[in-house]
Design a protein around this ligand. Structure first.
Ligand SMILES: [Zn+2]
Length: 470
């Protein structure tokens, strides 16, 4: 595979002298690696041990050492939480009227306990082994923090002056915690991160059996919303049971949720996704993808796609029971039974309408439905030719024949805050990962070294293409 890649890149560069290989210069690879090592060894979990500010400061120091002026490098810390700092830095462009591009990555990581990992892979120690970098955050999302910082230094060193400013934001509390960096920056330092659009995690390259399948671009994500389902009953002695029982009523309402399918609603991103995936997937499923784009009411095609969880989630809003509690004693009739129903709304689905539907399903069993908190809307980011076209060009230049696939995530990232604030976000990294061995949030997290550096080169070229200048 590596040989094939080098050959492909060599033939591409014969026609296009600027294309080069798929790896950055050695000096920049060493820099990105050193920054990643530094980040992995600073614990940034949402715990007593974790310190995002130290990690943000380490990247700030690297930028200052490389000659960035102090007024363009900020470590911004919420006053009431000194360990939840964020870094914002800027490479100035030539046209002050052009809106900046924002490169977002999160510096915090999911906690990891050494006893859950292999004994020779401590989570907060950076290790290189068998062609991989190991450590918590190597794949989510310290790889992108290191890459954005290294690329900013590389552009400056090379004398690249973009037309628009390039801003990087490395932020806290994406995974958990109460001081989300993007929310904080939008509220307190909006002028520092305002941008025409942003690049973020959420996309990335898909690889299977060592073959690059697609370079994914996240243009939309589903909206998170949970409901309580609650059944109440006067209760009584369990030796004198009656048919009306809070647990039975709750169960019946939950079964009604199980049997219900929300209607299919395609948007620009999912339509492109199914259209472009049809050939990649092939067979009966590929055929169903083609048909559903032509006719969203095609029941046969719908049945094929709905039976596969990852496609079903892209077709419609989903709601599922995730927690249940009820009763108070072994020998008493339950007075209360309640369940959490977690919904993932299509970005253009009205939360009131979803709530109305759930009420209608629960009402026949006397079960009350209550929204647990408000949903944060996340409008899909328009697939403009400017952005998608540049992604397609750089992808073709680096990995000829690998398609670009627009995707809607069923989970949520920090893109939700920016999209809600009117800044379009594209999840794209060019960092490939094995679809069958996802270790983000899990044990022995790692990233393939060549994938890390190819992603570094991809983002270097893509941002240059998106910012203009020279
Ligand atoms: Zn992440």
């Amino acid at each position: 595979m590596a040989v094939a890649l080098v050959l492909a890149a060599a033939s591409a560069s014969a026609q296009n002298p600027t294309a080069g290989g798929t790896m950055p210069p050695a000096e920049d690879m060493a820099l990105a690696r050193a920054l990643l090592e530094q980040l992995i060894e600073i614990d940034t979990t949402d715990t007593e041990r974790g310190d995002n500010t130290r990690a943000a400061q380490a990247m700030a120091d690297a930028l200052l050492d490389a000659g960035f002026p102090a007024e363009d490098v900020h470590v911004l810390v919420p006053p009431d939480f000194p360990t939840k700092g964020n870094l914002v830095a800027r490479l100035r462009g030539s046209n002050p009227d052009a809106e900046p591009i924002l490169l977002l990555a999160h510096i915090d990581v999911v906690d990891a306990l050494p006893e859950d990992w292999s004994p020779d892979v401590p989570p907060f120690v950076f290790q290189e082994r068998d062609g991989y970098f190991y450590g918590r955050g190597t794949a989510d999302d310290k790889d992108e923090c290191a890459i954005h910082t290294a690329n900013l230094i590389r552009w400056r060193r090379e004398g690249f002056v973009p037309e628009r400013d390039i801003v990087i934001a490395l932020t806290a509390d994406e995974e958990s915690g109460t001081r989300n960096g993007v929310e904080f920056l939008l509220a307190k330092h909006r002028e520092l991160i305002d941008a025409a659009f942003a690049l973020n995690e959420g996309g990335g390259g898909m690889e299977r059996n060592g073959r690059k399948v697609s370079n994914n671009v996240q243009g939309a994500e589903k909206v998170y919303l949970s409901f309580w389902f609650a059944a109440t009953n006067p209760g009584g002695h369990s030796s004198l049971p009656v048919r009306e029982n809070a647990i039975y009523e709750l169960s019946a309402a939950l079964l009604a949720v199980r049997e219900f399918d929300f209607p299919v609603m395609l948007n620009e991103v999912t339509e492109e996704f199914f259209e472009r995936s049809a050939d990649l997937v092939g067979g009966e499923t590929g055929e169903a993808m083609r048909r559903i784009v032509d006719d969203p009411d095609d029941t046969e095609a719908l049945a094929v796609l709905s039976s596969q969880a990852s496609y079903n989630a892209r077709l419609r809003t989903t709601c599922v029971a995730t927690l249940v509690e009820g009763g108070h004693a072994e020998n008493a009739l339950p007075q209360l039974a309640r369940a959490n129903v977690n919904c993932r709304l299509l970005p253009d689905h009205d939360p009131d309408e979803v709530e109305e539907t759930l009420r209608r399903l629960a009402a026949p069993f006397g079960v009350e439905v209550e929204r647990r908190r408000e949903a944060t809307p996340s409008p899909p980011s328009p697939l403009t030719g400017e952005v998608l076209g540049a992604i397609e060009r750089v992808t073709e230049e680096m990995w000829p024949g690998v398609p670009v696939l627009p995707v809607m995530s069923s989970g949520a990232t920090d893109a939700v805050y920016l999209r809600n604030a009117g800044i379009p976000v594209y999840g794209v990294s060019g960092i490939f990962g094995d679809m069958d061995d996802v270790r983000a949030h899990g044990r022995d997290e790692r990233i393939r070294i060549d994938h890390f550096h190819e992603g570094q080169e991809f983002l270097y070229r893509l941002v240059k293409a998106l910012t203009g200048g020279g």
